[in-house]
Design a protein around this ligand. Sequence first.
Ligand SMILES: [Zn+2]
Length: 78
Amino acid sequence: MSESQRPLHVACPQCRKKVAWREDNPYRPFCSQRCRLLDLGAWADGSHRIAGEPAMDETEIDEMILRAERGLQDDGQE
Ligand SMILES: [Zn+2]
């Protein structure tokens, strides 16, 4: 009677190990913190980067957004 309670299983993106998708697994969809960090490290490393695409920093994006917002607000003042 508790079929909806059955945990969903996903394959860890890093090591392909079956891992239960549970609320109490803070590393999901990874099986462990190690795999999660490994994947994040791969991103930081650039191995996930698309060839030919310029890498953009999060701070750069934030600045762009800020500048765009300011630009809209200040438009027509000078
Ligand atoms: Zn894993």
